[in-house]
Write a protein that binds this ligand. Structure first.
Ligand code: GLN
Length: 457
């Protein structure tokens, strides 16, 4: 299926940057052998999975969608990848993404864009458009993504797949090439809520190699999904976020959202409106915190330790700085450079309090909005993205328009709470998928699965 649909040419999906057919087949055969021998099997044993190219994989390149890491093969596996392997899931390959996970359309990949399987003239969302497109195009039943400001949920919304950003720290970040450490989280991209529950349970749980990983176990996600699948949400209180979903959201997005609310009511839930006044500042705070952390993280690409090295022209014995300059100039794309400059500026002495300090205060206000809301409701809901999939190229020259796609997903990252996007049907005006977002308190990821499974039922 990948060979038939993933071509780089016009009309091809281009979800994968590297396909490991041989390795996946060997892993599948090993799983078959375990089955034949009556050996114990994991719940997803033998089920193939695609992995976003920002997660370290031994024996497979890990490029982060950047020229900077072209051909780089990590010496170790990310914890989540090691857990996939240990549970017998064949790894199909590495999926395309916006360079270093910066973007909302996968057009910032140095290796060319991924196309949306629903309409190949449109974007599959980003930064994890490759993982979402691979699942939507039936190339892979499961995929891993990463979500710093929406990169699992927004691609999920525009490709009609289920995407989950777990509670911050619920899944190990060891071996995830960091973009913004305080926001990044690994999570599942699948076709059903139960598949995501199984995959999150498999990759999640404490990891001594990640100091931010949560020690206490989460409630069972699979049980929550089973409970939700009965279609009964009696006693559950759902809060519709006043600030997300009004003007500026496409008519078809609002229509499918309202329908999903009706479905929740029919399932016995009580739906109320809840205001989170600080959410209107979330995007501004994110685009300070994220570039600050990213500019610091990307300093490690110094032409000495990882990836490519470009020698400056017309210089016989260049200084280390000249090599670094030439390498970073050639290795990083425009969006990455834009954010490094933004972050470096905001962190420079004299500006720290005005920008980074203020953004951190806004972050606290957003956390307080969540805390206050969750005193009166069990989950919060909103549309995942303001529009359905837009055309390739449409927002490429307008960074601000691109950033606005994550309006509804970013608050969860700033507060570390879990979020899920699941398909809510198609917008009548363009026939494209719409995503419904569910948010829950920290460590209450099970609520996402209960409500998600009830909506899916
Ligand atoms: N689109 C957002 C950004 O560009 C989020 C990216 C992500 O979650 N990795 O920063």
């Amino acid at each position: 299926r990948i060979a038939a649909t993933d071509g780089d040419a016009e009309g091809g999906i281009h979800a994968f940057l590297h396909v490991d057919a041989e390795g996946a087949l060997a892993q599948a055969e090993a799983s078959d052998a375990r089955r034949a021998a009556g050996a114990p099997l994991s719940p997803l044993d033998g089920v193939p999975v695609a992995v976003k190219d920002v997660l370290a994989t031994t024996g497979l390149p890990t490029t982060c969608g950047s020229k900077m890491l072209e051909g780089w093969v990590p010496p170790y596996d990310a914890t989540v990848v090691a857990r996939l392997k240990a549970a017998g899931l064949p790894i199909l390959g590495k999926t395309n993404m916006d360079e270093f996970a910066m973007g909302s359309s996968t057009e910032h990949s140095a290796y060319g864009p991924t196309r949306n399987p629903w309409d190949t003239t449109r974007i599959p969302g980003g930064s994890g458009g490759g993982s979402a497109a691979a699942v939507a195009a039936f190339q892979a039943p499961l995929a891993l993504g990463t979500d710093t400001g929406g990169s699992i949920r927004q691609p999920g919304a525009v490709t009609g797949t289920v995407g989950v950003k777990p509670t911050y720290g619920a899944v190990s970040r060891y071996g995830l090439v960091a973009m913004a450490n305080s926001l990044d989280q690994v999570g599942p991209v699948t076709r059903t809520v139960m598949d995501s529950a199984l995959l999150q349970e498999l990759i999640g749980g404490h990891d001594p190699l990640d100091s931010t990983s949560v020690v206490e176990p989460l409630p069972s996600l699979v049980e929550a999904a089973q409970q939700g699948a009965t279609g009964d949400l009696t006693g559950l209180k759902v809060g519709v976020i006043t600030e997300l979903g009004g003007d500026g959201y496409q008519a078809g997005v609002r229509a499918r959202f309202t329908e999903a609310l009706d479905k929740l009511v029919a399932a016995g839930a009580e739906v109320v409106e809840v205001s989170c006044p600080s959410f209107v500042h979330a995007l501004a705070a994110y685009y300070l915190v994220m570039p600050c952390e990213a500019s610091s993280n990307l300093a490690r690409f110094d032409a000495m330790r990882y990836g490519i090295r470009v020698m400056p022209e017309s210089n016989d014995s260049p200084s280390a700085e000249a090599v670094m300059r030439a390498t970073r100039d050639a290795g990083f794309g425009d969006e990455v450079k834009r954010r490094i400059i933004l972050g470096t500026y905001a962190l420079s002495s004299g500006y720290y309090d005005a920008y980074y300090g203020t953004a951190q205060k806004v972050r606290t206000l957003i956390q307080r909005d969540f805390d206050a809301a969750f005193e009166s409701v069990d989950v919060l809901v909103s549309p995942t993205a303001p529009t359905t999939a837009f055309k390739l190229g449409e927002k490429l020259d307008d960074p601000l328009a691109m950033y606005l796609n994550d309006l509804a997903t970013i608050p969860a990252n700033l507060a570390g709470v879990p979020g899920m996007s699941l398909p809510a049907g198609l917008a009548e005006e363009d026939g494209l998928p719409v995503g419904f977002q569910i948010l829950a308190p920290q460590l209450a990821d099970d609520r996402l699965y209960r409500v998600g499974a009830a909506l899916e039922a």
